[in-house]
Design a binder for this molecule. Structure first.
Ligand code: TYD
Ligand code: MG
Length: 462
């Protein structure tokens, strides 16, 4: 029997030290080291982590690539986030707060695949077979080729995979799994790392796609070392706002697709339902004739999305002014406030400013700038923006409005949702007109400066 020794692992980045140190030389965090008792690895425990060497280099042109190694999940919002379906041998980590619906999503996914004749092994270390079974019934999941097992030992899991030979493996959750090779408890950094790399090895070696459910910590990161995210191919977050039935599946890392894609679902009493038309729900509760609200057209991955930007500019009576933003970068808001004030003379700095993107979406695209400017100005002037108006466009430091990509797709979305007016960069309008793009149902208003925007929206020439 090999001798057990102890080592210290940074709980933040997974860096190893032989003795306790106060500050991690790996990630620079303080007080993150914890002792873990480990049995030394057997010689075979760690072969290549992910890939097998191929030997002699081959010419790219000679490569015989499998044409489409992806399996569609029949849940198009899911496929979209994955980048077009499940890739053979890929490892996908699905993170989210407890109760958000990770197990529900995984069971529905498992059911969909099983329906199309694929074998799925769903392994749970969190719930009893009866609980999973009841959920499955409620979701209407047909169970012919869906195998359920309750297990927390990695070695047993490997045996089950061998015995069943599934086309997909779901592990719910990675924090409950442990290898008997290590003495430390399930969920500890050493276990997480060992189990994840073993499963990654299994996936790469056999081509079996693996979905790992991961819990998140209070500050929203997947519990465990950051390194966990490096070991897997794809990291998805399943998020939602408390009290709201909408759930957003977002890729934060994807070796096989874009990380900008989101999938939108609604949690109903029979499980998660896809929302193919999310603009409608994000705008559903928009207040009528209230100042500080602007609708903007942004791109989330390959899809245009209309969202409501809300701003509240309120006089600051004591202390330094604060800027708080939810769903959008605070520095972008600060930038827009300063440009607005400098270029139009509208006094907005020195006030407390709150900005929120309604519906819990996060926007990162600069085309949202015009929406920010419009919502901030509307709040400060206390004049509502016309209900039928949508904006998009980037704002530069001199207050100029710059053209953005995909103007035509944005306008189609604006049209689809019945808006009548669109304020857009003059540059985009020129190109569209030159190309003779028809958009008869929307009145297009080209703007080239932030002052133009205020004039268009509020008739102001500050
Ligand atoms: P669950 O998938 O267990 O969450 P997680 O695995 O992320 O912890 O989902 C739990 C919540 O979802 C629970 O509060 C009940 C709700 N729910 C529904 O509203 N409808 C359903 O059909 C199901 C299965 C769950
Ligand atoms: Mg669960």
């Amino acid at each position: 029997m090999a001798k057990i020794r102890s080592q210290f692992i940074c709980q933040s980045c997974g860096h190893l030290e032989a003795r306790w140190v106060g500050r991690c030389s790996g990630c620079g965090e303080w007080n993150t080291f914890e002792e873990e008792r480990v049995a030394p690895r057997t010689a075979t425990a760690r072969t290549s982590e992910t890939l097998k060497p191929t030997g002699k280099p081959v010419r790219l042109g000679d490569l015989d690539l499998v044409r489409d190694p992806r399996t569609t999940t029949s849940i198009s919002e899911f496929d979209r986030v994955l980048g077009g379906g499940i890739v053979k041998g890929s490892v996908v980590l699905v993170g989210g707060e407890p109760g958000i619906g990770k197990s529900t999503l995984m069971l529905q996914l498992a059911g969909k695949l099983a329906e199309t004749g694929r074998k799925v092994l769903y392994l749970s270390g969190e719930e009893s077979l009866a609980q999973i079974g009841m959920r499955g019934r409620r979701l209407g999941v047909e169970g012919k080729d869906l195998y359920l097992v309750v297990e927390t030992r990695l070695e047993e899991l490997t045996e089950h995979v061998k015995a069943i030979g599934p086309d997909l493996l779901v592990v719910d959750s990675i924090q409950t799994m442990a290898t008997t090779q290590l003495q430390s408890t399930p969920g500890s950094v050493a276990q997480l790392r060992e189990v994840t790399s073993a499963l990654t090895q299994l996936a790469k070696g056999t081509g079996l796609p693996v979905f790992l459910v991961g819990h998140v910590t209070k500050d929203g990161a997947i519990a465990g070392p950051k390194l966990l995210e490096h070991l897997v191919d794809t990291v998805l977050y399943f998020e939602g706002r408390h009290g709201m039935p909408f759930r957003i599946l977002r890729a934060v890392k994807n070796r096989f697709g874009s990380t900008n894609e989101i999938g939108v679902f609604e949690m109903r009493n029979k499980g998660l339902v896809e929302i193919p038309d999310p603009s409608r729900i994000f705008l559903a509760e928009r207040p009528e004739d209230a100042s500080g609200s602007a609708v903007v057209c942004t791109f989330e991955g390959s899809r245009p999305l209309l969202v409501e930007v809300q701003a509240l500019v309120s006089p600051n009576s004591y202390g330094p002014p604060r800027v708080t933003a939810i769903g959008v970068d605070t520095s972008r808001v600060l930038l827009m406030l300063n440009i607005l004030e400098k270029r139009t003379g509208l006094k907005v700095t020195g006030s407390d400013v709150f900005v929120n993107i309604a519906g819990g979406v996060k926007v990162a695209e600069t085309a949202v700038d015009l929406g920010l400017v419009a919502a901030l100005a509307s709040s400060q002037l206390d004049v509502p923006i016309d209900q039928g108006t949508v904006l998009f466009g980037e704002v530069g430091l001199t207050g100029e409005v710059r053209a953005v990509g995909q103007a035509m797709s944005r306008l189609s979305e604006v049209n689809k949702l019945g808006f009548e007016r669109c304020v857009l960069p003059e540059g985009n309008l020129k190109t569209l007109t030159a190309e003779g793009e028809p958009m008869p149902d929307i009145a297009l208003r080209g703007v080239s400066t932030v002052a133009d925007v205020l004039k268009q929206l509020f008739g102001k020439t500050t």
